[in-house]
Design a protein around this ligand. Sequence first.
Ligand SMILES: Nc1ncnc2c1ncn2[C@@H]1O[C@H](COP(=O)(O)OP(=O)(O)O)[C@@H](O)[C@H]1O
Ligand SMILES: [Mg+2]
Length: 270
Amino acid sequence: MPTGCQTLRGEYRLPVNQSYAPNGSKANPPLGPSPQAQAGASNGRAYICLQGVSKSYLEGEQRRTVLDQVSVEFYQGEFVAVIGKSGSGKTTLLNLISGIDHLDAGSIILDGQRVEEENEYQRTIFRRQKIGFIFQFFNLIPTLTVWENVILPLELNQLLNEASIDWAHRLLGEVGLGERLKTFPDRLSGGEQQRVAIARALVHNPVLVLADEPTGNLDEDTGRAILDMLDRLTRRAGKNMILVTHSSEAASYADRVLYLHEGRLVEQPK
Ligand SMILES: Nc1ncnc2c1ncn2[C@@H]1O[C@H](COP(=O)(O)OP(=O)(O)O)[C@@H](O)[C@H]1O
Ligand SMILES: [Mg+2]
């Protein structure tokens, strides 16, 4: 059985069958691993634990709660989809996990590190090394070619060497853009740009791939092709992935689907 997250300092976290809510309420209990995770895609080790995570924003004079004591664990090798309506807090959740945004209460442990304890510099390094991002609007750098966009994470992490360059070439071949290395993003279709973004997200071998509505800006067929590719490449590389989306079709690719509604995450039967 999973044992919850452990930090690098060896501190033990609560087991999954206990409530993390500070008041002991079981209203939003931590969510467990999928059958796939238990059956072997995962070794049952949680690599992300959120415990009682709350986040609100000020809207004028009013405070709007986006996440309300969310407790959830993500297991090694899992592809988890978080589905929710626009404005439900999906991007906020990813921003908290990746340390882009700061939580109000609770704790997030990612791969042994307690995200909220790191300073901005440490968070930047941590994000750069451990996370690969895929966004709705691709977020490629327009002044860089396909090749330069893809190897950017290698450069930033000082990982450029013969083996990593070879891997970048292979990845670009896998996404069908091996012949477009010198092309600039504005010459590519949306689907092609997203394929570059997939290669860029995987090139530095991150622990975690975060995909924020990656098909939200693509037509249905292209979106499906992108999801097929993303699913295939992340599974083959044994990657952990969290995909947030409002699309139930996109979510259907995942091993486990969580539903984000009114600040709470609940398991959604597949
Ligand atoms: N930096 C911010 N400042 C104020 N409100 C924000 C900020 N980021 C997000 N919000 C609000 O939080 C809610 C959730 O936003 P978001 O996480 O972007 O939702 P989703 O990605 O599910 O569409 C929205 O009501 C949004 O307006
Ligand atoms: Mg969003």
